[in-house]
Write a protein that binds this ligand. Structure first.
Ligand code: AMP
Length: 290
């Protein structure tokens, strides 16, 4: 039996305690294995799995963390009802030959008297997600800093779906001299263009029908900006179209793709067009390159 066949039959080792995880990581380090980490909150879909496949190609050992992080949800947000599908997640990860699943509980990540929080500036204060979810990035950065310290990966993979988050975490790893290289991965979409998200299950049939408007408008606006049309006018038209489709728009903005700083002209590129919009009880985010 080949090595890969043998491995494909093995389910990932599921670790729930820090001591067990540390022993496993130390053993991998002794063997000089290149480790990739894919942090997730579970409820895995094809978007997450595309990150795992990229990790598989880039490293000898793949760790997927599954942790619904209470620190990144505000009181009124969906921490309690966030979809949790652990058994199905494990089966999907086994099929992709994931080596280790790190699934700590809340007490393990945030023991009694936990008080530390990462304070962020730069891309975390760009006036996009941070303007609507003020606690979000401190919660994300703190938990990801912990995950990177716990798992000591050579690379960690994050989706461009959460574009501002990717920039915040790239900055975090650089600023804190973490040895992990942060890699971005492209957005996986439904055939009609809707970006895959664990939260898409909240959409009613009618909302699901309206949802591809977001990607359509993003593409239209990106095309218009790329051909030199005035940014403000293009964005105003796009905003109207999104609102007309039944969404409450949080933002539709074009930014410098690296710093996320506002731009007045295409010359300040490379550019990224980003949006967040609400429909029913669901908040969707998406973005495209210009
Ligand atoms: P989450 O479980 O929503 O925290 O997402 C875990 C990781 O998967 C993050 O790096 C996300 O950006 C990424 N991700 C989520 N949805 C997609 C998607 N549709 N395409 C690519 N990556 C995604």
């Amino acid at each position: 039996m080949s090595k890969s066949t043998r491995r494909s039959r093995r389910r990932p080792r599921v670790m729930m305690s820090l001591a067990t995880l540390r022993r496993a990581i130390a053993a991998l380090r002794v063997r000089r294995a290149k480790i990739a980490l894919v942090p997730t909150m579970g409820a895995l879909h094809e978007g997450h799995l595309s990150l795992v496949r990229l990790a598989r190609r880039r490293a000898d050992r793949v760790i997927v963390s599954i942790f619904v992080n209470p620190a990144q949800f505000a009181q009124h947000e969906d921490f309690g009802s966030y979809p949790r599908t652990f058994t199905g997640d494990l089966a999907a990860l086994a099929a992709l030959n994931v080596d280790l699943v790190w699934a700590p509980d809340v007490k393990t990540m945030y023991p009694k008297n936990f008080t530390t929080q990462v304070v962020l500036q730069g891309p975390a204060k760009a006036g996009l997600e941070d303007a609507f979810r003020p606690h979000f990035f401190a919660g994300v950065a703190t938990v990801v800093a912990k995950l990177l310290i716990q798992c000591e990966p050579d690379i960690a993979i994050f989706g461009e779906k959460d574009y501002q988050q990717l920039k915040v975490l790239t900055q975090l790893a650089r600023d804190l001299d973490l040895k992990t290289r942060i890699l971005g991965a492209p957005i996986a979409r439904e055939p009609d263009g809707l970006a895959l998200s664990s939260r898409n299950v909240y959409l009613s049939a009618g909302e699901r029908e309206a949802a591809p408007t977001l990607y359509r408008v993003l593409r239209q606006c990106a095309g218009a900006i790329a051909t030199g049309q005035p940014i403000a006018a293009v964005l105003n038209k796009g905003r109207k179209e999104i609102t007309r489709a039944g969404f409450g728009l949080d933002y539709l903005e074009v930014r410098n793709a690296e710093t996320l700083a506002p731009v007045a002209s295409i010359k300040e590129g490379p550019l990224r067009l980003l949006l967040a919009a609400r429909i029913g009880k669901t908040r969707l985010i998406d973005n495209v390159a210009v």
